[in-house]
Design a binder for this molecule. Structure first.
Ligand SMILES: Cc1cc2nc3c(=O)[nH]c(=O)nc-3n(C[C@H](O)[C@H](O)[C@H](O)COP(=O)(O)OP(=O)(O)OC[C@H]3O[C@@H](n4cnc5c(N)ncnc54)[C@H](O)[C@@H]3O)c2cc1C
Ligand code: FES
Length: 368
């Protein structure tokens, strides 16, 4: 008995000792202290060593795209690290091309600052701002999709291009201990500079969508930053526009449509919207109204599991592209805007290429 007790005491002693050593090591050895972060060979900041480049930028109120909130799973937070980035990490590899690696492009959320760093980011990101807002409207479009309007309450106005997105912050809430940002496309027109609309779907066990669907109510305050993204209406061309979306992918398309309507842009526009059943369709009246008001716009919903009484198109949006778009070898005069999940975008892109659209005329935002 005495032997067993002494063995337990010895093991407990060793474990406690190791825990103390590890805690001490974390606190002192892994304490990198203050480091210099030089951006674009021009601006110098003193930052906390040990943090990721992404977090250090946020501390300085410099916001770069980071759709997954720093989890290393979106590949949006790329920046050029000229010095101090250390070797490329395994966690970055699935998002970096060979060319990226050759050009010192890194995932800023994965690179920890252990020494002074020199990085490059696009100058326009210095214009991205953080906004304080208040939810003034929250409505269920379907049981799993919410339409929010957020008024900006800090006196600023937001300038963006139709199609761009913001990053909404979910604060800690029961079941989620950390602050997390996620990307949401602005669903309102750029002419509305004092508020934004968002259309947010529920993702099972999703951190931010659970916050939005279960914890956020009218009157609540929120933080968001933006605008971001190169998915926006190209106003340089007079090309016909083909828009394809499923579910919440309607958000940036709605912004583009309202903008085109307000500016009286005279271009042919077709919007193929995919859903499963009639119950999954929303904003139909609004789309019909835009059909009447706009120069040459048609809204064409397509259902993959339509009831017998459905008189519209049936199948997937990709089938609709195949059915309704003519093949053109020149590829000129048309451009496409796709929005939604990766499988839909990949198959629709393939169908569009098959119809003769060149790759550079197909713009998309993948939501997952
Ligand atoms: C540029 C851009 C614009 C976007 N705009 C919108 C928008 O307007 N409206 C909108 O609702 N969403 C939009 N998204 C998606 C959004 O950013 C989040 O990824 C999504 O809301 C899930 O966040 P979450 O924190 O709830 O889930 P997480 O906690 O990130 O994920 C939980 C789990 O769900 C999986 N998952 C994540 N996203 C999806 C998804 N979409 N479908 C199925 N599974 C998923 C994850 O892999 C994970 O396993 C956009 C994404 C990008 C990149
Ligand atoms: S923030 Fe998503 S990969 Fe870095």
């Amino acid at each position: 008995m005495t032997t067993i007790l002494s063995t337990v005491f010895i093991i407990t002693g060793i474990t406690t000792g190791l825990a103390i050593v590890i805690t001490f090591a974390n606190a002192f050895i892994a304490d990198y202290g203050e480091k210099k972060m030089i951006i674009n060979n021009d601006k110098e900041y003193i930052v906390e060593g040990g943090k990721s480049i992404l977090s250090a930028l946020v501390d300085q109120k410099i916001f770069i795209p980071s759709a997954c909130g720093g989890k290393g799973s979106c590949g949006y937070c790329k920046c050029k690290v000229n010095e101090g980035g250390g070797p490329v990490l395994a966690t970055e590899m699935s998002y970096l091309t060979e060319e990226d690696v050759e050009n010192d492009i890194r995932l800023s959320c994965q690179v920890k600052i252990k020494e002074d760093v020199k990085i490059e980011i696009p100058e326009e990101l210095f214009n991205v701002k953080q906004f304080e807002g208040k939810v003034v409207f929250s409505k269920d479009l379907t049981p799993k999709i919410k339409h929010l309007r957020i008024d900006i309450t800090d006196g600023q106005e937001i300038e963006f291009k139709a199609g761009q997105y913001v990053q909404l912050l979910a604060p800690p809430y029961p079941g989620n201990a950390e602050e997390v940002f996620r990307a949401y496309s602005i669903a309102s027109s750029p002419s509305e500079t004092k508020s934004i609309d968002l259309i947010i779907g529920y993702v099972e066990e999703g951190i931010v969508t659970t916050y939005v669907h279960e914890h956020l109510s009218e009157g609540d305050e929120v933080l968001f930053n933006g605008p971001f993204g190169d998915f926006y209406l190209n106003e340089e061309t007079g090309c016909d526009i083909y828009m394809v979306a499923v579910g919440t992918g309607i958000a940036p398309i709605r912004s583009i449509l309202h903008y085109m309507n307000e500016k009286k842009i005279e271009r042919k526009a077709r919007f193929f919207f995919g859903a499963r059943t009639q119950d999954d369709l929303f904003m139909v009246e609004e789309m019909k109204r835009l059909e009447e008001e706009m120069y040459d716009f048609e809204y064409i919903p397509v259902l993959s599991r339509a009831d017998d009484d459905w008189e519209g198109e049936r199948g997937r949006v990709t089938d609709l592209v195949d059915k309704l778009m003519e093949k053109s070898d020149s590829g000129e005069g048309r451009e496409a805007y796709l929005c939604g999940g990766a499988p839909m975008i990949d198959s629709t892109e393939k169908a569009l290429l098959g119809k003769g659209l060149p790759e550079e005329k197909i713009l998309y935002d993948k939501f997952d």
